[in-house]
Design a protein around this ligand. Sequence first.
Ligand SMILES: [Zn+2]
Length: 89
Amino acid sequence: MFRTERENFRKLNSALEVERGRSKAASERDTETIIELRTALEMEREQQQHFYKQQSAAVMHQKMLGEGMGAIEERPEGCHCYDCSRAPT
Ligand SMILES: [Zn+2]
């Protein structure tokens, strides 16, 4: 009887250990997925910010050109408007 209980306890313990390892592996996978998603989101956000920066620089540049102070040498940083993309660098 005592021996059987010990045996059962041992089996239960090893089953628990297997389960623990399995859930640890699953949580590591989740963490990896979360990190990958976060990196992708950050990259997307950076690209958006870069895009908005270019857009607002182009708007500012067009405004400067409209006000007659838009020498191409004075273009806002990061502007990729039509005039700037034609300008020699
Ligand atoms: Zn420009």
